[in-house]
Ligand binder design. Structure first.
Ligand SMILES: Cc1cc2nc3c(=O)[nH]c(=O)nc-3n(C[C@H](O)[C@H](O)[C@H](O)COP(=O)(O)O)c2cc1C
Length: 206
């Protein structure tokens, strides 16, 4: 059976657009093909930021209790990634980039020798062969027009994922969420339609 890893990172609870779309994506994917779903909700259960107390657990040799706890969490998060065939990420735009909760998750999973390695030819990602769907909710419009230049969310996510070898990434955007109820509803409807189409395509390809 396929395995889906869901990463939610919105801090807005049930009002969250990305959360609703992540649910729609998972419903469509599991309707198209049964799958085991593992959810990591960073909005309700964030992973700690890296600090002097725990950094060596992720990027060094863990010695203290806090460092060992960070290593155990990092190992667990990487295991969740490795076990997944499909990864669905809910990523709101916060201050032109990603929520710090999602960034803290990346800080725990980007580990040399585990999810990427350094070679003579440069860094190489070690998580190839997985499909990623990233749902981006944004108050404004960044996919076209003058704000394209200040979209530090999508290029950043593409790079972070690609660094681990996750290059089969589809971005589904719900934009203009802050433009009023009609624009919000239209964005959600369009993104939901796109996600259903993606799930059907995936089922045909499998
Ligand atoms: C802390 C914070 C920062 C935000 N920064 C931006 C921003 O830089 N650009 C933007 O277009 N919208 C911004 N927004 C609006 C959100 O992207 C928008 O409300 C989106 O729907 C949030 O995702 P969610 O509904 O899943 O929580 C911000 C919202 C919050 C809470």
């Amino acid at each position: 059976m396929n395995s889906i890893l869901v990463i939610d990172s919105a801090a807005s609870g049930e009002a969250s657009v990305s959360r609703g779309l992540v649910r729609a994506a998972v419903a469509a994917l599991t309707a198209a093909a049964p799958a085991r779903v593992v959810t990591r909700d960073l909005g309700t259960d964030p992973v700690p930021h890296l600090t002097e107390a725990n950094l060596a657990g992720v990027r060094g040799t863990p010695a203290t209790e806090a460092e060992q706890a960070a290593r155990a969490l990092s190992d667990q998060l990487i295991a969740e990634l490795r076990a997944a065939d499909t990864i669905v990420i809910g990523a709101p735009m916060y201050n032109f980039s990603i929520p710090t909760t999602l960034r803290a998750w990346f800080d725990h999973v980007l580990r040399a020798g585990e999810t990427f390695r350094y070679t003579e030819a440069g860094p190489e990602g070690l998580l190839a062969g997985k499909r990623v769907i990233v749902i981006e909710s944004r108050g404004g419009l960044y996919s076209e027009g003058p704000a394209q230049a200040i979209d530090f969310q999508e290029p950043y996510l593409r790079h972070l994922l690609g660094f681990m070898g996750l290059t089969d990434v589809t971005f589904v955007r719900a934009e203009k969420i802050g433009y009023g109820p009609e624009a919000r509803a239209a964005a959600i409807a369009a993104a939901t339609g796109t996600l259903r189409g993606l799930a059907e395509t995936a089922a045909v390809a499998a």
